[in-house]
Structure formats: C-alpha cells, structure tokens
Ligand binder design. Structure first.
Ligand code: NOJ
Length: 509
C-alpha cells in the first residue's frame, strides 16, 4: 500500500502575522504568504500549516476566534484564501489550517448569545457553574495569567470556564448541537479544499463533567495536566468521521499538550488523530543521552500502537531551538536530527534561515503569554523593509537580519537555508529516511548514531552533540551524503566527526 502523504510530508508552519506583509500595515497576511511560495517550493516542503487567520479580536493573536468561517480583514478575505490554496496545490504543496475547538473568543456571536441569559438557547454551548462571586467553582488556573480559570458573569450571576484568557471561553463539547456546529466549521474549510487541520489543544475538549479540583502540584502548566479525559477520545472519533467523509486523505494533527509521550500516543489510536504533536523532545536538553531517551520513548509509544510519531523543534509558542541551543552549528546539527528521525517533521518558518528569537524590550511586548520573541518577522531581502511592503512590522526584527535574510542565504551554498534544502531533497530521495525503521548503533556518549532502513534503502546518521571532535566505528564502508559541518559531501567517511557536526551517511557502493 502507498504511504499516506502526511506520514512522509515535511510540514512548514507559517504564523501569518509574522511571515510577510503585502499591504503595508505591518502585519503579515495571506497575500504575503502567497507571494513567498517560490521560497517554499525551492526549499522543498510538502505542506504548509497556517496558524489562525480567522476573524478574531486578537487577544491571543488569532487563537481567540470570533468567526470560524471567515478570514480576518487583517489577513485578507476568503478570495485570498482560495487563491492561496489554488497556488499551493498548483505547486504540489498541501494546505493544513489551524482549528481552535476548545474555546472561542468572547466576542463570538455564540458566546454573546450564550451570555445573554441563563435560558438562552446557546447557553449550554459554553461551561457555566453556579456559585458566589468570591469563590470560583474549582482550583483550575488559566494559562498565561495563572489566575482562576473562571470569570464571574455579573449579568447572569454564574461563572464561565476559560482554560486560557477570560476572553477565550471554553466550548462545551458535551452539547450535541455545539459538536455539530464545530463539525460544520471543519466542513466549511474542507469544502474549500484544505488538506487537513492542526487542532489546537485538542486534548482539552472532553472534560470530566464534575470538573474536580486538581492537585496543584500535578499541574505546573495548568492545561497540560488537567485535561486527559476519556470523552475526548470519543469526540476525536466523531471528528475523524467528518474528515473521512471527504475524498482524498485529509489529515489531522492534534496539539496534545501533555508532557508525557505515552499519553500523547493514545490520541493517535485507530479512528482518532492521524498525528499528535509530542512536545517533550522540544524541552529536552541538547545532549545525546537526552535525545536518545526521547527517541526511544517515541519509538516505543507510537511504534507499539502502529501510530506515526511527529518531531518539532520550534513553533510559535516557544523560544526557537536556534536560541535554546545557543549556536548556529548546533542548529545545523539539529536540522539533520529533525529531518532524519522516523516520523513527520514540522519546521517553523524562519528556522531554515537560522533565525534567533528577537530580544524585545518591555514596551513592545504584546503577547499575554510572553511569546513575542519567536514571532519576530521574517526578513526576506536586503532592502530597508526586508520585503515588508515599506512597513514597520508589528514586532521588532530578529538579530542579524542584514545577513540572515532569505535572499542572501539563497546566494550562499553553505548557508543553513542551503542545508535545509539539501536535507529535504535527501529525504525525498530516500525511502529509508522517509519511512524506514530507526535503530540506534553504539557510539560515544556525546554522539547519537543510528540507522534508517527500508526494504531497499539504508542511511546512517551520526550527530555530535559536543563541540569536541568524536570518533565512531561504522559497521561498513560509508560515504558522506550531507554534512552540517566541514566534511565534504561525497567523501569516504573515516569515522571522525568534527565538533557539533551531524552527518547523513550512505553505504559506499
Ligand atoms: C496553543 C496555541 O499554540 C497557542 O498559541 C494558544 O495561545 C493556545 N493554544 C490557546 O489557543
């Protein structure tokens, strides 16, 4: 059987506000994305995932949706979206969009109707509890503010639940009409030709109806540990049913923000999500033992249930790995790792340029979760506005924009951009790298050495996590296919890795 596209695809995440501005308002937009498809095609990505571009008051920069079925005017309109999908498809690039099912904006007409009175027909589309204004119904804390996950509604004298900001009331997935309305929002975009959805904090949609207190110690990041309720799995089967009622292989990628790989993998059981983000590796230290452990955990958890792992180093919620790992040499080695593990890799726009987080002074910080640094705008060229339509972007630029912009890096054969492009091409050409097995091989403590193997193809990968040279003993004669460091491609491999160097090695025929 053919491998489904989403298993071997490299997905490129675009945070539309920060990608490219076409109309001079300083905020990226859909036409801006459309103007950069040459970059994506040349890089060789298989799919893009667009973070939210829906109508929103932008309290959480689009993760607070006030209309699931329209484009916010800041980003363009539905015609821009259709044109973007058509252009992507014409280039063989699939389009995955974000879907935010756990909560809406408080300005969504559903919530406006729901809060109008206790007997409003849509009251039960959100989660309300009786009480007194001084004591929230339980001890849940909301992400970002760490205050109570409840807000007292003066007019109707009840509390409503919000795992995130008070402007992001949680939807009640126990209400069948709400479920149907949310399924309709999927159908709206499926009808417009999208290839799938990235589903925001999907593990939170099913909640224990008793909404019990949690052990505060177990919930350092409240929404992580709180919500892992069996009803979510049933709801996921309903969602999968909607996707499967459409032709083609529409994918689902769930943000399952549980920092436990075994638990995450249960969301990719048959009939549920096709892919589930596994975030523990994103928080792992850059050492060979830490990564070895993360990989084995994912191999076990996903492999034992015939599910497919995912790999993420950076996204719009965390400091970029270039910043976390502290050097370009390590970011280059990390790119080799990300793109040679068994599973679906996700790139975050700008990592192919080796961008670091912007350092942003307090007066310019805008995100309630303090995530502005990784959302700095992408510099496209060497002009004064770096391709941003003459405008000052909504956030400050990342460091070294004069030499890290895309145009510059496309002209340099040794740029990190050139490395990413070579890695994507190598994956595309190798069934072992795309879908083969993963096996660890003996190596010194600072090195991760592994084999990827399919029925008719094999590759070896060696990653030196230290800045000192290291030696390994390859089991057979190998040659260097790609190096993140000084080794020349095509050269025979002599068992030596330079500091911070990562290699893809092919059998020397
Ligand atoms: C996860 C998203 O990635 C993040 O950006 C957002 O703030 C929360 N979910 C709430 O929607």
């Amino acid at each position: 059987m053919d491998t489904p596209w989403w298993k071997s695809a490299v997905v490129y995440q675009i945070y539309p506000r920060s990608f490219c501005d076409s109309n001079g308002d300083g905020v990226g937009d859909l036409a801006g994305v459309r103007s950069k498809l040459d970059h994506l095609e040349r890089l060789g990505v298989d799919a893009v995932w667009l973070s939210p571009f829906f109508r929103s008051p932008m309290r959480d920069f689009g993760y607070d949706v006030s209309d699931y079925c329209d484009v916010d005017p800041l980003f363009g309109d539905l015609a821009d979206f259709d044109a973007l999908v058509a252009d992507c498809h014409a280039r063989g690039i699939r389009v995955v969009i974000d879907w935010v099912p756990n909560h809406s904006s408080d300005l969504h007409p559903w919530f406006q109707e729901a809060r109008a009175s206790r007997s409003a027909p849509k009251r039960d589309w959100y989660i309300w509890r009786d009480g007194t204004p001084d004591t929230p119904p339980n001890n849940w804390r909301s992400a970002f503010t760490r205050g109570p996950a409840w807000t007292w509604d003066e007019a109707t004298e009840q509390w409503y639940l919000h795992l995130f900001l008070e402007e992001q009331p949680d939807l009640n997935w126990r209400n069948p009409q709400l479920v149907e309305a949310m399924h309709d929002t999927l159908r709206f975009w499926l009808d417009r030709g999208v290839d799938g959805f990235r589903m925001d904090v999907i593990h939170c949609i099913g909640k224990d109806p008793a909404l019990p207190d949690v052990d505060a110690k177990l919930a350092p990041i409240p929404y992580c540990a709180l919500n892992d309720h069996p009803s979510t799995h049933e709801l996921l089967r309903g969602i999968r049913g909607v996707l499967e009622s459409y032709p083609g292989e529409r994918t689902s990628i769930g943000e399952v923000y549980l920092l436990d790989t075994d638990r995450v993998a249960t969301y990719a059981d048959p009939g549920e999500l096709l892919l589930a983000f596994t975030f523990p590796p994103l928080y792992a230290a850059w050492t060979a033992p830490a990564w070895h452990d993360q990989i084995e955990r994912a191999e076990r958890a996903f492999g034992s249930r015939d599910a497919w792992p995912t790999w993420v180093l950076s996204n719009h919620d965390n400091p970029r790995h270039r910043t976390r790992y502290g050097s370009e040499a390590r970011a280059r080695a990390a790119a080799v790792l990300l793109l040679t593990l068994r599973g679906a890799p996700f790139l975050y726009a700008g990592e192919e340029l080796g961008l670091e987080d912007a350092v942003i002074e307090k007066s310019r910080q805008v995100d309630p979760g303090g995530r502005d640094g990784c959302r700095a705008p992408i510099p496209w060229d060497g002009s004064q506005d770096h391709g941003w339509s003459g405008s000052e972007p909504w956030l400050p630029w990342p460091p070294e924009r004069e030499r890290r912009h895309a145009e510059q890096q496309w002209s340099e054969p040794d740029s990190i951009l050139a490395l990413y492009r070579a890695l994507l091409a190598a994956r595309r050409a190798s069934s072992a790298l795309r879908t083969g097995t993963w096996t660890a091989l003996p190596a010194p403590e600072a090195v991760l050495f592994y084999k990827r193997e399919s029925s008719d193809d094999a590759r070896f990968v060696a990653i030196n996590f230290s800045d000192e040279p290291q030696a390994i003993s390859p089991p057979l004669a190998l040659r260097v296919e790609i190096s993140s460091g000084p080794s020349a491609s095509g050269a025979a491999f002599r068992g030596r890795l330079s500091g911070d160097e990562a290699l893809i090695l092919a059998i020397d025929a």
